[in-house]
Design a protein around this ligand. Structure first.
Ligand SMILES: [Zn+2]
Length: 471
């Protein structure tokens, strides 16, 4: 199959993306060739080429951090619960009562929401991982599933051996590979994993060449435990244990209580910050990514889960990142001074502080770099799953966007549109593993109206009702 568009978002060799006319050849589940020219070449196409005109084609998005099953808790973590440590005080209690069938059914719902948001691949992290993987596969997404590993605290302690085994199964089985599903080592967080288990994972990642995907310094309590038990920060402890700077990627999610010295311990190109700004804004505060970027630590973006974000719409995270620095002024001493005095010189000082923040942060927030954080950057973290780019050898996971939609019109610069607008409303169709998903021009409605979705919705709803009854 060959697909042609006048506007295909392609990787540039020096990083970033370009938008060009291109003809993409798909064979089986892969992209096998990409033919490009500077100007449209509509008149030179063979008759059987699928012609998409001016519709924009990108790689399907890659969500670097999800717990799809936790979409079932949406609305349960009421805002008053968010004052404390919502994970320990609330989620653990519900999660410990969720069974494997629940995890599969709930993951399907999170996967459907992801699909409707243009996501083709998720980096999921959860208990009952084989069932989660099956739920993801049922919807057709590809994934790096990290079975949650914990041996000190949390609802997964009694699943440790099973989840280590699940990691190996997902990473080595041809059947899962065929579905575009593989594994990472899913250490839960630094405080719920013993020194022994961290060392074990450090050895196993070398043997199986798998990345690590873990929460890092996501709460004050995690940092307090680290200082009490180990006399150092969570990052320094990982450094002492020898798991930093390893041979495979280490995806560290949140990194809220990480100091400048901690960041200096990390290795660019090995350790990556998983940034989930809307989730962090609910359960804590958005991570200070500029401090990471100044030290050349790369960022990849995820949504986290429906329980702490309320949406799996990954693309919408980018607008918050783009505008994030300005939000800081709302809580700045310069604003307090102006509110108290009302003087023009205070107003000028407030604006000067705003402009200084803009000048310091804007260069790191180019549109194509932000788009990279939800496509090729997370797509490059796992050596066994090539996603997030339109290039030969990559999985044929694509999104076709119709930017004549009122949410995105006009679209003189498609990459800016992809970062700054509600672009997911304008999805025309998707392709996953070389197969078209949904009806062209009627993508969202056709999926929600499908029998598969109706069955998934019914099963998840019934299971959620039973789970809540058990609480
Ligand atoms: Zn998380």
């Amino acid at each position: 199959m060959k697909i042609y568009s006048r506007r295909v978002v392609l990787p540039k060799s020096e990083g970033g993306v370009r938008v060009q006319p291109a003809c993409i050849e798909v064979r089986g589940d892969r992209l096998v060739a990409v033919q490009t020219q500077a100007d449209p070449f509509d008149d030179k196409l063979e008759p059987d080429v699928h012609h998409l005109g001016d519709r924009v084609v990108t790689a399907a998005l890659v969500n670097a951090h999800t717990h799809l099953a936790l979409s079932s808790f949406r609305g349960m973590g009421q805002i008053d619960r968010m004052r404390g440590n919502v994970v320990e005080e609330f989620y653990y209690a519900v999660e410990s009562r969720m069974d494997a069938g629940d995890a599969k059914a709930f993951s399907r719902m999170g996967a459907y929401e992801s699909l409707l948001g243009g996501v083709g691949t998720v980096w999921d992290h959860y208990y009952h991982a084989l069932d989660v993987a099956q739920g993801i596969a049922d919807v057709g997404l590809t994934a790096v599933v990290a079975p949650t590993l914990q041996d000190r605290a949390g609802p997964g302690v009694n699943q440790l051996e099973a989840q280590l085994e699940a990691t190996e199964t997902l990473a080595t089985s041809a059947a899962w590979a065929e579905l575009g599903i593989t594994a990472a080592y899913g250490c839960h967080a630094t405080d719920t994993v013993s020194d022994g288990l961290w060392r074990q994972v450090g050895d196993l990642r070398i043997k199986h060449q798998l990345p690590i995907h873990a929460h890092l310094a996501q709460s004050l309590e995690e940092s307090e435990r680290s200082f009490e038990e180990h006399g150092c920060s969570p990052v320094e402890r990982l450094d002492r244990l020898g798991v930093l700077g390893g041979p495979t990627a280490f995806l560290m999610v949140h990194g809220l209580f990480v100091s400048g010295d901690d960041i200096d311990r990390l290795t660019p190109g090995r350790e990556f910050l998983g940034h989930c700004p809307y989730a962090q804004a609910q359960f804590s505060y958005p991570a200070p990514i500029d401090a990471w970027l100044e030290r050349s630590i790369d960022v990849v973006v995820g949504t986290d889960c429906g329980a702490c974000n309320d949406t799996m719409n990954l693309q919408q995270e980018l607008r918050l990142i783009a505008g994030g620095p300005g939000a800081g002024m709302a809580w700045s001493p310069a604003l307090d001074t102006y509110l108290a005095s009302g003087r023009l010189d205070s107003a000028r000082a407030l604006n000067a502080a705003r402009v200084a923040v803009y000048d310091r942060t804007a260069p790191a927030r180019q549109m194509d770099r932000l788009f990279d954080w939800i496509t090729s950057a997370p797509g490059a973290l796992h050596p066994g799953l090539k996603v997030g780019q339109i290039a030969p050898g990559y999985l044929a996971n694509l999104v076709v966007w119709d930017f004549d939609h009122p949410a995105t019109w006009p679209s003189p610069e498609p990459v800016r549109t992809l970062v700054m607008t509600n672009a997911t409303a304008a999805i025309d169709q998707m392709m996953l593993r070389g197969r078209w998903i949904g009806e062209a021009g009627n993508f969202h409605a056709s999926i929600v109206a499908s029998e598969d979705y109706k069955d998934a919705h019914q099963e998840a709803s019934e299971r959620l009702a039973h789970l809540l009854n058990r609480l």
